[in-house]
Ligand binder design. Structure first.
Ligand code: GCU
Ligand code: CA
Length: 137
């Protein structure tokens, strides 16, 4: 089962406002970033072991075009993607990607690469492969 990190819950940060005016979100709200290039939502994610993590990003994009973003993990570029339109701000969808993580705390940052900013971000669900562990040494 994934661990859920709500966009409105510290230590997550949102370059914009935490809003609750579009229904269907989890928790107490969602991150509405400023509509500007570079606007970001950032999460602090724990992993039991280094390896890969599956990220499920719940978002709504009621705009008429996709919103591109760059994903960085611990400051390193991991992936770029475009959050496609969901047709309305209260229609939520999930984007899934896989990124590398370190053991312990990881900073996962979604930053808009287009001038519309990010879509509204509800949460990040993270599944890490703790792998059952190989013992070395
Ligand atoms: C509308 C909507 C916001 C959204 C914004 C946007 O203002 O109510 O929730 O963030 O559009 O285009 O990003
Ligand atoms: Ca916005």
């Amino acid at each position: 089962t994934p661990t859920r990190y709500e966009a409105e819950s510290s230590p997550a940060t949102c370059d914009g406002s935490i809003d609750s005016n579009h229904s269907g979100y989890s928790g107490s709200g969602f991150c509405n970033t400023d509509n500007t290039t570079g606007a970001a939502a950032q999460f602090t994610v724990n992993a039991a072991a280094s390896g890969t993590a599956t990220l499920e990003i719940r978002y709504a994009n009621g705009g008429s075009s996709g919103r591109p973003a760059a994903v960085t993990v611990n400051g390193s570029s991991a992936q770029s993607l475009s959050f496609s339109t969901t047709g309305a701000w209260n229609n939520w969808a999930t984007a899934t990607l896989t990124v590398p993580v370190n053991s312990g705390s990881n900073t996962i940052r979604l930053a808009a690469t287009g001038s519309d900013g990010l879509p509204n971000i509800d949460y990040l669900d993270v599944t890490t492969s703790d792998g059952g562990g190989t013992t070395t040494g």
